[in-house]
Each structure stands twice: as structure tokens, then as C-alpha cells.
Design a protein around this ligand. Structure first.
Ligand code: ZN
Length: 734
């Protein structure tokens, strides 16, 4: 690492400051974030819930910037994100904010920057934006308001808070930090939505020439309100970015991103609109908030949202979440960190000190080991991803079909991802906001997972994609709703599907049934692709379903509606629990050729079903069989246990394909103290032992592995490996 600390700023604010720097001096160095792989974020524990005791001198008494840097260097972290400000306190000598009471005359940010300068360790200031606490209490005029005018306990991004935050950043910048990690640019994580403060009302009126809607209505006026909220967040981010760059263009700015599931409109972020407003994107992950499976999905989602930028993902040290002062077992930390690296991210482990500011040496022993492993494997991370299926994510469907229940839409997207990971079919994410034909054509197959709303532009691009040889898998109610989430008279995908929609089933507990004849019929289209078609009895395919009338398409199998008891028909009993299959109401699958391409439509939702509580293997495998029918000879076919995630990169320049294998191996969990049966997974202690088979459609030149313990055999295009570790990468030169 040859990084120079950014020059110090005098503690005054003014745009003329920019002229104090010799910009050329640093311009030749690549920015710190272009080359790093692993880093540490260190922050205190005790003020995270806000409104903490201003006079408690026990808090942060030993929170020592120099010691934090020494520990970060000892474990060979490549950068340090140093806690500088939260909703209550500054952790430096601020003229604007109260300082954490236990610090006395000490200044941890100064200590950290001075100590780090000896080793050229980049120090990034962690600065929170959205947290209730003493500063918000002192400035009620900047509070968000609900539609009745009640304060919401959050800062409004259209208020004078922007200027205050700029002053705060300028104070921190004066220490010579290399960058800012600006956290929590959210407008809340649930109802009630904001903001109806006077500043927002005036700005809205000026922009749209009408009054703000009086509340959530799901009509054209709320569309303006949503747009206004998104623009507010974007403007705020861009203003902060420009402000910092105006003072010193070498100082980086990144924002903690909340555009991916499970977040939705409440946060005030859209997947693409709010991804690229900093120098790189930062997101957080972890089993505690996102599930074990979506750790990789988050990284891929961020990469899709800002393809031109690097991606940082923050993960936590704690067993349950941040601040709990526990440390996960080594293999549990390894699995998450290496999964993120394999997906091309660089990774920050978030460490929280004890209440008095002490560091936990046990945690740093483990960080040392995982960082050492990451560095040894550095050459194998960051290559272009190889993906066979692009999973389509529609922000418009999120907002206008998901509305204030976005999980219902997310289930289809998440289930598609789950199915592809379990089936080891390389996947990527496609986002509606930055869609173009080149982006679509990166994927041999696009999966429209209940993409209920498609604009004219998206429909045209999808038509061209298929006409020119692309393959499409369609599920749920894709293409059947207008931009405000109202049903359309005709499905926008009618020509592509080769069938018209007769009706949509109101039920979720829908079923597919297939006969031996169906298997023969599908076999004609692609031998063996549907060899595992479930023909014995109907299978539950929980999720949205459509009744189609085939036109040009070939119809296969049956969609069955569920029985409803008499009490259910009378509305005296809910229909949450699945009921068995009743009559057939339409076909299950439609196959259609369109131009040089093909479209396979499921009348139901095997994707939603796979994410649901009533997932079955048979239903999930329908998706794999559909992929294999459309693409019988992919570049690579992977067979591995379902607890192993395979991440494939393909560097066409160096002609090296890498298959990263991540074995997820937690032991069984016991009864939780609350929310039974929703148990969090247990933590991984042991290394898994598993076999993998890879079939290539090209002849490799040379094959090797990273682990000495892996047993590797290969014959022409076939590779077998027996692996006994959390992570291995099979390196295939061609
Ligand atoms: Zn406001």
C-alpha cells in the first residue's frame, strides 16, 4: 500500500479552501478504494439508541484512536473506518456537536489520523446522517413530519440540516481523513411515511405546481410524492458528495445503500438512482437482517446497480448483530467474508468496542486469520462474473405492486435467486432502471419473476432481445399491470408468450399437474431437459398464477386452483394455509418461439413458491428444467450439494474461469425464545466435506485448485473435486 494521507484543512469553511490544495500532488495515485480487499470499521457501543447520558464519563473513556489503528494494522486491515459521529456525539473536538463524555480532553479522530499516518493506513471517517439523539433534539426545526404535522424523530433532507452536515463534514475533513462513510441516508424504515414539513411542502409545490397529497393514496398524486422523496434523497447525497469534492477531490465519499430488498419505498431509495452517488457503493449484509442466502445476492445486486464502480460490503463481527460484544466462530466469519469476496466486493468487518471503548483481542485474532487468507487469495477475486440467467428486478413493480407490502413482490425475486443458487446455475441481477439491450444480452436467459409492471421501453427491449435469440422465462403476473399497478386489459407480453391471459387466480395455493404425455411432449422440444417432471401427483406452486389461453404457444400440463371449504367460501375462515388441488383451470407451461428466441412461461410462480414456507424440491426443479430446456449446453454445468454456493467468474482476457465454492455448514438450531418457529441459523464451526462435479463445453488447458487438501481429478471436459473447506476455487485455464 502506497497511500498518502489527505492534507489537513484549517477548521474553517469556505469553497476557497479547495485552492489551498495542490491537487496535482495526489492526482497520480489511484484512490485508496480501488485496490483494497479487506478493512475494519471500529465504533463505540452505548449511544447507538440515541439520547444517552451526556454526563456519563464511563462511556468511551478508553476509546482510543491510536490503539484502534494499531489493532487494525496488527490484523493487516487495509483501511480503517473510524467512528467520528453518531446521533448523540462527536468522537473528536467538534465546535458543533457534543463530544462523548468519557473522552475528556482526548480526541480519538486526531489520535487515529496521527497514528495511521506513520503507516499510510487510510482512515475513513464514519459519519451518521439519520439517527435521532441529542443533535435532533436540539434542532426540532429539521425534523421530518407526517401528513398531520407530527414529528417523526428523523431529520428532513430538505431542511437546513444539509448545511449543518456540511459543516460537520468540513470539521472532520480538517483532520486529513481519506474519505467519508456516510451512513443511514434513509427516510425511515416503515410507516408513517414523511415528510410533510413546510420546507418539503414548499419544494413540492414549486416542483409540481400542486399541493402535496394528504397521505398515501396509490394514485397519480402519490406517484409525484414518491418521485419527490427519491429526488430528495438523491439531491442530499449529491450535495454532500459535491461539497466534499469541492474541498478536496481526493477525499472519497460513500453512502450506506438501502436500494435492495428487503428495503423499499419507505427508505426513499431506488435501486439504481441511489447507488452511484458516491465514489463507490457500500451496502451491509449479514444473516441477522438479510438471511444467509442473500449475502451473495446483496453483493451482486450492488454490482448490477453500479456496474462502473467498486462495491464495498460491511459485515459484522457479532454473533447476532452489531454492538452485542460477541464474536462469531472463525469459520462463520470466513464463510461470509469469502462469499462476498467471491462475488467481487471488498469487505469491511464492523467491530464495536466495549462501553468504555476497549477492544476485544479475541476478535482481532480471528480478523488476523481471515484477512491473511483473503490477501493470499487476492488474485482470485474481482474478475467479471459469469452468469447464465439474469434475474429481473423491477423497481416499478416493487413500488406499485408491492406498495406497502413489498415482500410479496420480493418473494418472486428472492425465490428465483434461491432456486438458481440451490441448482448451481450461475445467475446475475438485471435492473429495470439501467436496462439496455447490451445488458440483457449478457445473459443467455432472462427470468421475469412476477415482473407485473413493464413499461413500453422495457417491453420493446425484451421483444428485441428474444427476437435476436434471447431466451425468456416468465412467471406469475408478469406484464399484466400498468404503471400505477392497475390491471391491463391485455398482457404486454402476449406476443412473446404466445397466449392471452383469461384471468388471474385470487388464490396463492395453486397447483401444477403433469402427465407422462406432457413429459414426452417436452422431451420433443429438448430431450432429457424435463426428465424430472413430477407426473405422479399435483405439486403445490404457491404464489401468483394466471389462467392462459394458448394462441401460438404450445400448452403443457395443467394449472389447478385450490379447493375452498364451505366456511372459506362464506368468508368465515382465512385461506392462508394451502388447500389441496381442485379443478384444472388452464395450462401450467406455455412454450413459444419468437424470432430467433424462445419463451417459456409458467402460469404459476415456482420462484415465489421456492421462497415461501411451502417450498418443495419438485417445484424448485421446474425452474432448473426450464433453464436446461432453453440452454441445454451451457458453458459450465455444476453439480454440488444444495448447501454449497458456486460463484463463477470468467476472465476472457487472461482466459481463466474460476469456480468459487462456498460450503455453508451450520449445525441444527434449537427453539428460539420468541417468534417460534422463526429461528436464526446457528453459527458455523466446522469445515464441510463435499463433492463437486463440473462439466465444461470447452476443453481446458490447465486446471488447478487453491487448497492442498482438495482432491482433484479431471478428464477432458469433466472435473471432479472433493473439498473439505469453507472456500475453494477451481481455476480453469483455457
Ligand atoms: Zn421535510
Amino acid at each position: 500500500m502506497h497511500l498518502k494521507p489527505a492534507p489537513c484543512l484549517p477548521l474553517i469553511i469556505g469553497l476557497t479552501l479547495a485552492s489551498l490544495f495542490n491537487r496535482d500532488l495526489l492526482a497520480a495515485d489511484p484512490p485508496w478504494y480501488q485496490q483494497v480487499l479487506v478493512g475494519i470499521e471500529t465504533g463505540p457501543t452505548g449511544a447507538q439508541f440515541g439520547h444517552s447520558d451526556l454526563n456519563d464519563t464511563r462511556y468511551c473513556r478508553q476509546f482510543n484512536g491510536a490503539e484502534i489503528v494499531r489493532q487494525a494494522l496488527a490484523c493487516q486491515a487495509e483501511y480503517l473506518v473510524m467512528w467520528a459521529r453518531d446521533g448523540d456525539f462527536a468522537y473528536y473536538d467538534s465546535k458543533i456537536l457534543p463530544k462523548a463524555p468519557g473522552l475528556g480532553t482526548r480526541d480519538p479522530l486526531r489520535e487515529a489520523v496521527d497514528e495511521a499516518a506513520k503507516s499510510n493506513l487510510p482512515v475513513i471517517a464514519y459519519c451518521v446522517v439519520q439517527q435521532a439523539g441529542h443533535f435532533l433534539d436540539a434542532h426540532p426545526e429539521w425534523q421530518m413530519r407526517d401528513s398531520q404535522g407530527h414529528p417523526l424523530g428523523r431529520f428532513c433532507f430538505n431542511s437546513g440540516y444539509l448545511e449543518a452536515l456540511q459543516e460537520i463534514l468540513a470539521e472532520q475533513m480538517a483532520y486529513g481523513v481519506h474519505g467519508f462513510h456516510i451512513d443511514m441516508l434513509d427516510q425511515g424504515f416503515g410507516k408513517p411515511y414523511g415528510c410533510w414539513c413546510d420546507s418539503c411542502r414548499n419544494a413540492f409545490e414549486k416542483e409540481y405546481g400542486v399541493d402535496m397529497p394528504s397521505g398515501l393514496e396509490w394514485d397519480a398524486s402519490w406517484e409525484k410524492m414518491l418521485e419527490f422523496r427519491y429526488q430528495t434523497s438523491e439531491r442530499f447525497e449529491r450535495s454532500l458528495h459535491q461539497f466534499v469534492k469541492g474541498l478536496n477531490p481526493q477525499v472519497s465519499v460513500d453512502f450506506n445503500y438501502h436500494g435492495n430488498p428487503p428495503f423499499s419505498l419507505e427508505v426513499g431509495q431506488r435501486p439504481v438512482q441511489h447507488a452511484g452517488n458516491g465514489d463507490f457503493i457500500t451496502g451491509e449484509t449479514g444473516v441477522w437482517g438479510f438471511s444467509a442466502l442473500t449475502i451473495g445476492l446483496n453483493a451482486a445486486f450492488y454490482r448490477a446497480a453500479v456496474p462502473h464502480q467498486r462495491v464495498q460490503v460491511a459485515m459484522q463481527r457479532g454473533v447476532r448483530m452489531y454492538h452485542d460484544q460477541t464474536t462469531r466462530p472463525l469459520n462463520d466469519i470466513r464463510w461470509e467474508l469469502l462469499t462476498l469476496l467471491a462475488h467481487g466486493a471488498f469487505v469491511t468487518i464492523v467491530d464495536k468496542t466495549a462501553f468504555d471503548g476497549q477492544l476485544d483481542s479475541r476478535a482481532y485474532e480471528r480478523f488476523t486469520l481471515v484477512f491473511e487468507e483473503a490477501r493470499k487469495k487476492r488474485a482470485h477475486f474481482g474478475q467479471p462474473a459469469h452468469a447464465e440467467v439474469g434475474i429481473y428486478f423491477s423497481s416499478r413493480t416493487r413500488d406499485w405492486i408491492g406498495r406497502d407490502q413489498p415482500q410479496e413482490y420480493f418473494q418472486s425475486f428472492l425465490g428465483a435467486h434461491k432456486a438458481l443458487v440451490y441448482e448451481h446455475i450461475p445467475w446475475g441481477v438485471v435492473l429495470d432502471e439501467n436496462l439496455d439491450l447490451t445488458n440483457l444480452k449478457r445473459f443467455p436467459i432472462i427470468l421475469l419473476a412476477n415482473t407485473a409492471i413493464l413499461t413500453d421501453r422495457e417491453s420493446e427491449l425484451l421483444q428485441r432481445y428474444v427476437k435476436e435469440g434471447g431466451k425468456l422465462i416468465v412467471t406469475g403476473h408478469s406484464g399484466q399491470f400498468d404503471r400505477l399497478g392497475k390491471p391491463l386489459p391485455h398482457c404486454r407480453l402476449q406476443d412473446l408468450i404466445g397466449a392471452s391471459v383469461q384471468t388471474r387466480l385470487a388464490s396463492q395455493d395453486n397447483w401444477f399437474a403433469f402427465s407422462e404425455e406432457d413429459k414426452v411432449r417436452l422431451g420433443k422440444a429438448a430431450p432429457n431437459a424435463f426428465a424430472a417432471l413430477p407426473t405422479q401427483s399435483p405439486v403445490l406452486v404457491k404464489g401468483p398464477a394466471s389462467v392462459f389461453q394458448a394462441d401460438a404457444a404450445q400448452a403443457v400440463g395443467q394449472l389447478l386452483r385450490p379447493f375452498r371449504t364451505t366456511r372459506q367460501q362464506l368468508g368465515q375462515e382465512n385461506t392462508d394455509w394451502p388447500m389441496s388441488a381442485d379443478q384444472a383451470v388452464g395450462p401450467a407451461i406455455l412454450l413459444n418461439s419468437y424470432g430467433a428466441g424462445q419463451v417459456l412461461t409458467f402460469a404459476g410462480s415456482p420462484d415465489y413458491s421456492t421462497a415461501s414456507e411451502h417450498h418443495t424440491v419438485e417445484t424448485r426443479r421446474l425452474l432448473r428444467q426450464a433453464v436446461r430446456m432453453l440452454a441445454p449446453e451451457p458453458r459450465i454445468k455444476i453439480t454440488a450439494p444444495t448447501n454449497v454456493e458456486a460463484i463463477v467468474t470468467d476472465d476472457r482476457q487472461t482466459r481463466i474461469m474460476r469456480v468459487h465454492l462456498l460450503g455453508y455448514n451450520p449445525p441444527p438450531q434449537t427453539i428460539p425464545s420468541q417468534n417460534r418457529p422463526y429461528a436464526l441459523p446457528a453459527l458455523m464451526e466446522d469445515r464441510p466435506l463435499y463433492r463437486v462435479q463440473l462439466e465444461l463445453n470447452f476443453v481446458p488447458r490447465k486446471i488447478h485448485k487453491l487448497n492442498a487438501s482438495t482432491l482433484l481429478e479431471h478428464q477432458e471436459r469433466s472435473i471432479r473435486a472433493t473439498i473439505d473447506d469453507i472456500h475453494e476455487a477451481i481455476v480453469i485455464e483455457y
